[in-house]
Design a protein around this ligand. Structure first.
Ligand code: NAD
Length: 476
């Protein structure tokens, strides 16, 4: 059985305890993971604090930090195959997706490598002739970065990249559900040449590892990605250290299709919008809001595509939909579908787990036209389940789209650009995709509001968010 180690202060060690990780495609235990308990977490944070104050890191020029990040990006690209395979093995995310994603993970590091020496302060034109006043941008300090199991290499890159570019140090907590890719990533990071302690990678459970990390007095900022309920715990814990937080949480994103849309292109975007990553994606387009004029033809095409999706082993390049990562998610999907059907939702496709080894679930479409209060329209499944609502007018489409406590992503399909602009103005979401879905770039900020959290990842602002401003007054 494969065994992984945690990474603290530039060294690899077993945790205070160990736990087993299961392969979601087979249900079999395949690896032993290090469990960080209180002492491990404390050691990791203290190592990050020492590194933050060490001359090797604190006095390193921004350009030199950028070069190290560039080296890290190259190492990630060189080791892309191993990382993708491990992510697939531990999470069940299909190899097609993990391979494609790791390529742009390297691009995110490159982007932040280039930004490191472009984080500038500013001069203030104070109304006093004998005074020079300027702002320095300094790194915020020790960052606790917490990621969920889906897309960990990507979700950690959007934290580690800008944090290190700004000069912070990081303790990253990998998800206990599937820590293998992050623990392997630590081995690759170790070769890049950063001073010891600049990045520490641990994993463990909420009650001890998570709680100690988020309440620790030496943590200055918490960058969290996960579910909204967990985020509330994290924020409560941060009352202890008053660390700033950025929260990237869940979504229930509307995918709006008007009658003038290119239907085939919208169908394809909806298929990947909801079934990519087996629906385990925060930006999954999980509410199809469709013009009643094209609803039937659209659903027919969609159901046909859903039925034709290749479901199979995640490590097979031909597979389009793999297993769910955890049994808990499958159970959530089963319960929510049951309650929604009781509330009047009609199953158009799928609707149940598949009878095979592993945690497989049929790509599912629920028509909620007569079930506006159904839980499938309000709760995040984090699974391959699409809920459908019809509309007659643009105002109705908008009202349905905004009828959510989340506010992460949204998609609009129409050929009418004036209408697209009206929707862009009125949609309550951090991302609006027009005639496309799921497009991402290191240059574009990513994040939401409401139950989807606050703060942005990606783009220049994300690097600035890892800095604090110092106002300097100099009498001349
Ligand atoms: P989760 O909230 O259960 O766990 C996320 C991380 O938080 C894990 O590492 C977990 O160990 C840790 N954690 C749990 N309790 C904690 C505590 N009390 N203190 C500190 N850390 C704690 O989420 P999950 O089930 O692993 O992932 C699914 C969720 O993540 C979904 O809601 C999804 O939408 C969200 N997500 C959001 C984004 C985004 O960018 N907005 C991206 C991916 C996933």
């Amino acid at each position: 059985m494969q065994k992984f180690q945690q990474y603290i202060d530039g060294g690899f060690s077993d945790g205070a305890a160990q736990f087993e990780s299961r392969d979601p495609a087979t249900g079999q235990v395949w690896a032993l993971m290090p469990e960080a308990r209180r002492d491990d977490v404390n050691n990791a944070i203290e190592a990050a604090e020492r590194a933050f104050n060490s001359p090797e890191w604190a006095d390193m020029t921004a350009t030199a930090r950028g070069k190290l990040l560039m080296r890290l990006a190259d190492l990630i690209a060189e080791n892309a195959g191993v990382l993708a395979k491990l992510e697939t093995r531990d999470t069940g995310k299909i190899i097609r997706e993990t391979s494609a994603q790791i390529a742009y993970v390297a691009d995110y590091y490159r982007y932040y490598a280039g930004l490191a020496d472009k984080i500038e302060g500013s001069h203030l034109p104070i109304d006093k002739p004998d005074m020079e006043v300027w702002l320095r941008r300094e790194p915020i300090g020790v960052v606790a970065a917490i990621v969920p199991w889906n897309s960990q290499l990507f979700l950690s890159a959007v934290k580690i990249g800008p944090a290190l570019a700004a000069g912070c140090t990081v303790v990253l907590k990998a998800s206990e559900e599937a820590p293998a890719p992050m623990l392997e990533y630590a081995r690759i990071f170790d070769q890049a040449g950063f001073p010891k302690g600049v990045l520490n990678v641990i994993t463990g459970f909420a009650a001890e590892c998570g709680a100690v990390l988020t309440s620790h007095p030496k943590v200055d900022h918490i960058a969290f990605t996960g579910g909204p309920e967990t985020a509330k715990h994290v924020v409560r814990n941060s009352a202890e250290n008053l660390a700033s937080t950025s929260l990237e949480l869940g979504g229930k994103s509307p995918f709006i299709v008007f009658e003038d849309a290119d239907i085939d292109s919208a169908v394809n975007a909806q298929v990947s919008g909801i079934f990519a990553a087996t629906g385990q994606s925060c930006v999954a387009g999980s509410r199809l809001i469709i013009s009643n004029k094209i609803k039937n033809v659209f659903l027919e095409k969609l159901a046909e595509k859903a039925a034709a999706v290749v479901i199979g082993a995640p490590d097979d390049m031909a597979t389009e939909v793999g297993p769910l990562c955890t049994i808990a998610q499958r159970d959530t999907a089963v319960n929510l579908i049951e309650q929604s059907v009781e509330a009047g939702a009609v199953v158009v496709a799928g609707g149940a787990p598949l009878k095979r080894d592993g945690i497989f679930f049929a790509p599912t479409i629920l028509d909620c036209s007569n079930a506006h209060g159904a839980p499938c329209l309000t709760h995040e499944f984090f699974g391959p389940v699409l809920s459908v609502l019809g509309f007659d007018t643009e105002a109705e489409a908008l009202a349905l789209a905004n009828h959510t406590e989340f506010g992460l992503a949204s998609g609009v399909f129409t050929r009418d650009l004036t209408r697209a602009h009206r929707m862009i103005r009125k949609l309550r979401a951090g991302i609006v995709w027009i005639n496309t879905y799921r497009a991402v770039s290191p240059i574009a900020p990513f994040g939401g509001h409401g139950l989807s959290g606050h703060g942005r990842e990606g783009g220049l602002q994300a690097a600035l968010d890892y800095t604090k401003v110092k106002a300097v007054w100099l009498r001349t």
